[in-house]
Design a protein around this ligand. Structure first.
Ligand SMILES: Cc1ncc(COP(=O)(O)O)c(C=O)c1O
Length: 426
């Protein structure tokens, strides 16, 4: 069913007044006259996150080394504690998830655990649109096995913008040992059908891992139904875990007895970890894939953030996200299409993630102009302004105001005064 929107200034106010998730805005640190559209990159801080970080500081100040054992070993077993909060967000069991390290590190952990090339089956299948860190990790993993990426990394070509799922499946030839793909593309927000692609891989005896970075917290994910072999994701985007907050790794329970590719003492069984033996005694659940001491401060902010997400519920968040991004696309088409703007993402709900991909030939300079007008977007080459009205802290009125500002920037051509020289972080 097509949603009907209106383009007047009163309409967003009525949407905000009737927004069942509207009260969650109070849980975030929002700045007056600053419209935050960058939750696809770094989610905003919650008051809950601050509370949890301050609690860790108090424990550290008061207890020193005893911080590890307060609250029934909460911080010593922090991954286990947080996995319970993470499980409903990705539809997995808590013991299939561990929270540790960083996204790229966890890609290495997943691939090094599962990539066991043989003479005839030694390739990793990837695509040419994924975030580059995934590719760098894949290339280096095949090199560790003595292969050259140009031979052992099989790249499915996109049309430059979108990926065709059937082409991915057709590329699953006998020589492919593993597939590694993103669930939502970082530039265009295209969603891949994880169930269909995973099923195809399994039918061909190929292992499969997913990068959920741009999906988690934005779309509904049911890892039980997907039944992939492993998955990794960051926690600082739609989950609002904080800059560089610890990442996550899912290991399907059918592999819990397998040894991790990268072992460390935190993957040892809890019961024998402090016996400090020379032999690794593997913890046989996802926590056995941890490597070293947990980054407690960057896990504390995640604890607070996950509490808020679980209160709101992913299905409710997805519903609002689809509606508010739909409203943004409607306004772009209604008010901005005469000024060189186009919506660059796919339209079907099942095929688009949490951000709107606004394209313009002058996208870079317009994104800088937006920043100078109190909006936080980001820009991705060659021409994409990513805009993310989030379910929990963006109002419909902010979306309306942002489109009015965009209109003003292009009508007055104020962006033309901005240098084309690029900043390091865009
Ligand atoms: C798909 C994807 N994977 C990984 C990363 C980043 O990895 P890391 O958290 O290790 O910097 C990003 C960052 O935006 C990403 O979009």
């Amino acid at each position: 069913m097509k949603t009907e929107y209106q383009d007047d200034a009163e309409y967003p106010k009525s949407l905000d007044n009737n927004d069942p998730l509207g009260h969650f805005r109070q849980r975030f640190f929002l700045k007056k006259n600053y419209i935050y559209m960058c939750g696809n990159s770094l989610g905003l801080a919650t008051k809950d996150a601050e509370e949890c970080v301050l609690e860790v500081m108090e424990q550290w100040k008061n207890e020193g080394i005893k911080i590890w054992t307060v609250d029934d070993n909460k911080y010593y077993l922090y991954s286990k504690y947080l996995s319970k909060l993470m499980a409903p967000i990705v539809g997995a069991d808590a013991d299939e998830i561990c929270i540790f390290g960083g996204t790229t590190i966890n890609i290495h952990q997943g691939i090094s655990t599962f990539f066991k090339p043989t003479k005839d089956k030694y390739k990793i299948l990837v695509d040419d649109l994924n975030f580059p860190t995934d590719r760098y990790a894949v290339d280096s993993q095949v090199r560790l096995h003595g292969y050259e990426p140009k031979d052992a990394v099989k790249v499915v070509k996109s049309n430059g913008k979108f990926m065709d799922e059937d082409e991915i499946i057709n590329a699953m030839t006998d020589d492919v040992a593993m597939v590694f793909l993103p669930t939502v593309y970082y530039r265009t927000a295209q969603v891949l059908d994880m169930v269909k692609i995973t099923k195809a891989a399994k039918e061909r005896g190929i292992l499969i891992g997913w990068d959920l970075c741009h999906g988690v917290g934005a779309i509904e994910i049911n890892l039980k139904e997907v039944d992939a072999d492993f998955a990794i994701w960051c926690t600082y985007k739609y989950l609002n875990g904080g800059p560089g907050s610890s990442a996550a790794l899912y290991i399907n329970r059918r592999y819990h007895t397998r040894l991790p590719g990268l072992a460390g003492w935190y993957g040892n069984k809890i019961e024998t970890q402090f016996l400090l033996r020379q032999e690794f005694d593997h913890q046989q659940d996802a926590n056995g894939w941890q490597i070293g001491t947990p980054n407690v401060l960057s896990m504390a902010s995640l604890e607070g953030a996950l509490r808020v997400i679980n209160e709101a519920g992913i299905p409710n968040m997805r519903k609002k996200s689809l509606h508010i991004t739909g409203y943004l696309m409607f306004l772009i088409e209604k008010k901005l299409s005469d000024y060189g703007f186009t919506v660059g993402n796919l339209r079907e709900d099942s095929k688009r993630g949490g951000h709107v991909c606004l394209e313009h030939d002058e996208g870079y300079r317009i994104s800088i102009a937006l920043k100078s007008r109190g909006i936080a977007p980001d820009f991705r080459d060659p021409n994409v302004i990513r805009l993310t009205p989030t379910a929990l802290y963006t109002s419909y009125e902010e979306v309306y105001k942002m489109v009015e500002i965009l209109l003003d920037i292009v009508k007055t051509e104020s962006y033309k005064a901005i240098s084309k020289n690029r900043n390091y972080v865009v």
